[in-house]
Design a protein around this ligand. Sequence first.
Ligand SMILES: CC(C)(COP(=O)(O)OP(=O)(O)OC[C@H]1O[C@@H](n2cnc3c(N)ncnc32)[C@H](O)[C@@H]1OP(=O)(O)O)[C@@H](O)C(=O)NCCC(=O)NCCS
Length: 155
Amino acid sequence: MSLLIREVPVEDTPLDLLLLADPSEEKVRSYLARSRCFVAADDGIVAGACAVQPLEAGGHELMCIAVHPDRQKSGIGTALLKWVIDFYRKSGAGRLEVGTGTFGYQLAFYQRQGFRVTAIDRNFFIQYYPEPIFEDGIQLFDMLRLTLDFSGKSR
Ligand SMILES: CC(C)(COP(=O)(O)OP(=O)(O)OC[C@H]1O[C@@H](n2cnc3c(N)ncnc32)[C@H](O)[C@@H]1OP(=O)(O)O)[C@@H](O)C(=O)NCCC(=O)NCCS
């Protein structure tokens, strides 16, 4: 595997990949407009993508991250997440946040990189999404908010 991770113009973001992480095209398009996008390409073929948008007070939020289903579980998502963390840490960001509705393997995926639980946004997915969302047959209701604090203050 020869993985190259780089930023791409928002208009070049592979929307089909991002929709694996966030099923609402309307929502993805709305936050893409103010996001930076990063892709991971293996031998020139884009296999993973993510979008990050700025928050107030030096924070940034990883809005979505996804790897093509045929390429999952081969380390591409972890490599992309690590690269993005490193990119924002070096750029002087205060923290990186992420929200997830699935508390399965995705939770460990973030926790392994140092993300800590900071809040639970109850009923987020029924309040802000027009259609019910199911993952592995489980309806998503609440969003778990995780933060990676670059200052180390959360300890
Ligand atoms: C989450 C995601 C980006 C991780 O990318 P990836 O390339 O598959 O991740 P990695 O190969 O680096 O693996 C990270 C860990 O997740 C596990 N994992 C990845 N996909 C999995 C799956 N479908 N089921 C169970 N575990 C999975 C891996 O086994 C690995 O754990 P391990 O080290 O204990 O083996 C990717 O699985 C994905 O696109 N999922 C669908 C979209 C999504 O849920 N995005 C996140 C929204 S919160």
